[in-house]
Write a protein of this length. Structure first.
Length: 186
């Protein structure tokens, strides 16, 4: 008998064989336990892109001075900065800003924009309603010049029906004369 087989009978496993069998068993157990714990499901790409798109739109609208409200993002434009008294012609100083807003809304892929014209309560309601509508239409046209599709703009005149200040003072009436662009994210 050779020295390495002394004391062992034929067919009895050696220390190397036992160690190999034990390591193989442990590897299989480890492999099975890893396979039994499923990885978390991947986040759908559309959900990730929707989250990042929403964050991107939010940041871009904030940069344009839109204010987030319950019904969407509002950009309130005081009428004296956009229109001369009793006029519906957009001032040259405001045109560049509105063109830029139109371009940004288009680039952001905004589906719909609401443009609301407002007046104070001085004068007849019919006159103020017509003036507020003409001003809303004028702002909508300049947004379209910036590339935002005119068919995606809903322009309405609301006259003095939605005041943000008292109409009893000249300061309050000035605040009420405005055009508001509203963006609602869907």
């Amino acid at each position: 008998m050779s020295p390495d087989t002394a004391g062992r009978s034929r067919g009895a496993p050696g220390a190397t064989s036992v160690l190999y069998l034990w390591a193989t068993t442990m590897f299989c157990v480890l492999l099975v336990s890893c396979a039994a714990t499923p990885a978390p499901p991947p986040t759908p790409a559309s959900a990730v892109s929707a989250m990042s798109r929403g964050a991107m739109i939010h940041a871009a609208l904030k940069a344009l001075d839109f204010e987030q409200r319950d019904d969407g993002y509002h950009l309130s434009l005081p009428a004296p900065l956009i229109f001369s008294f009793d006029s519906d012609v957009v001032a040259a100083t405001a045109r560049d800003t509105l063109v830029r807003v139109g371009r940004e809304l288009h680039e952001l892929g905004i589906d719909r924009a609401l443009v609301r014209g407002h007046t104070d309560n001085v004068g007849s309601n019919d006159y103020n309603l017509a003036l507020s509508k003409r001003r809303a239409d004028a702002v909508a046209k300049v947004l379209a010049e910036g590339g935002y599709p005119i068919q995606k703009i809903d322009a309405k005149g609301l006259a003095s029906s939605v005041p943000i200040a008292e109409n009893t003072t000249s300061e309050g009436r000035a605040k009420n004369r405005r055009v508001v662009i509203i963006v609602q994210l869907i």
